[in-house]
Design a protein around this ligand. Structure first.
Ligand SMILES: *Cc1c(COP(=O)(O)O)cnc(C)c1O
Length: 329
């Protein structure tokens, strides 16, 4: 592979994150040893996977001398909470467009985003679907009128810039695998806007680690995610490796464990959260990580994953979203 143009990056996350075995759970399952890459430990309040992408995306915003960052997501968006806190840390303004009605009482991620001083525009789901792009343009123009330059980050910071976060993480994971002498059958992660999965799959592919990287969808179909990942990877090549042929990694997406829909969890998901908390002291969230982890466990139980060797689950965070679900548990 030829050399990529290196994008700017700022250090925000506490890296590398630990890789830890879930010994009691693995023994109970009598399957492969399950290891967790603890990306829920990247930070305290900015914890989770978005901080790795924001190290690159926010660096680009700073390079362009932007004063404001505008981004979007669901009411309990981890990405929006992380962006709001990082903006405060760097002295930038932050404006969030959230999908849903303004809640009477702010919970979990929205509470923290508000605490960090982010401005929030709420859009009902139908209006959000229809007018999101216009809303970005409108806000950007209104900041410009005030003499402020605004940088727009797409959903989940999943674009060719954000892709760098998990592209770089692949190098970290390769070291973890070598250090622990693992024989990895599968690497699993939750996928919601595709950037984590796409970055990690591309990074592993370029490092010639042949392990399957599987994204467990929490919304949308496998076909949608394959297409979205390919778009982001194509854009990445075009920008950072323009003279090289696109060498697309295998994109393995499982869309069997979404349940009733994005952000809606069934009893087995809440049970998975309880089980892991009690057996291993590991907290999963009902929107992303518990659905993905449940899917991984089901595939192990069914024998879809070989019982020898090791499996790695990338814990992408989401702790604060759990608090918004406590009344359902
Ligand atoms: C955003 C998010 C994901 C999904 O990552 P994408 O890169 O958006 O696919 C997974 N887990 C948690 C906790 C998240 O906040």
């Amino acid at each position: 592979m030829s050399k990529t143009a290196q994008p700017p990056r700022i250090n925000l996350a506490n890296l590398p994150t630990p890789l830890q075995p879930l010994s009691r759970l693995s023994k109970k399952l009598s399957g492969p040893t399950i290891w967790v890459k603890r990306d829920d430990l990247t930070h305290t309040a900015v914890s989770g996977n978005k901080i790795r992408k924001l190290e690159y995306v926010v660096a680009e915003a700073l390079q362009q001398r932007c004063d404001v960052i505008i981004t979007c997501g669901g009411i309990q968006s981890n990405h929006c909470r992380a962006t709001a806190l990082i903006c405060a840390q760097l002295g930038l303004k932050c404006h969030l467009i959230l999908r849903g009605a303004q809640p009477d009482c702010l919970e979990g991620n929205t509470f923290l985003a508000n605490l960090a001083g982010a401005k929030i525009t709420y859009l009902e789901p139908a209006a959000y679907r229809k007018n999101l792009t216009q809303e970005f343009t409108r806000l950007q123009a209104s900041y410009e009128e005030q003499g402020l330059r605004a940088y727009c980050i797409p959903t989940g910071a999943s674009d060719e810039v954000g892709l760098w976060g998990y592209y770089s993480m692949a190098g970290e994971l390769k070291k973890d695998i070598e250090l622990n002498n693992l024989n990895v059958q599968l690497i699993g992660c939750a996928t919601g806007s595709g950037g984590t999965h796409a970055g990690l799959a591309l990074g592993m592919h370029h490092l010639k680690v042949n392990t399957q990287v599987r994204g467990y969808a929490v919304c949308d179909s496998a076909a949608y995610f394959k297409d979205k990942c390919e778009q982001d990877i194509n854009a990445w090549y075009q920008r950072y490796l323009p003279n090289s042929l696109v060498d697309m990694p295998n994109l393995d997406v499982s869309d069997e464990f979404i349940g009733p829909g994005y952000g809606i969890a069934e009893p087995e998901i809440y049970q998975t959260i309880r089980d892991l908390a009690q057996l291993e002291g590991l907290i999963l969230d009902p929107v992303y990580t518990a659905k993905a982890f449940y899917g991984l466990l089901e595939q192990i139980k069914r024998g879809d994953v070989s019982s020898d060797g090791d499996v790695i689950f990338v814990h992408t965070g989401g702790l604060f979203g759990l608090f918004a679900h406590r009344h359902k548990m």
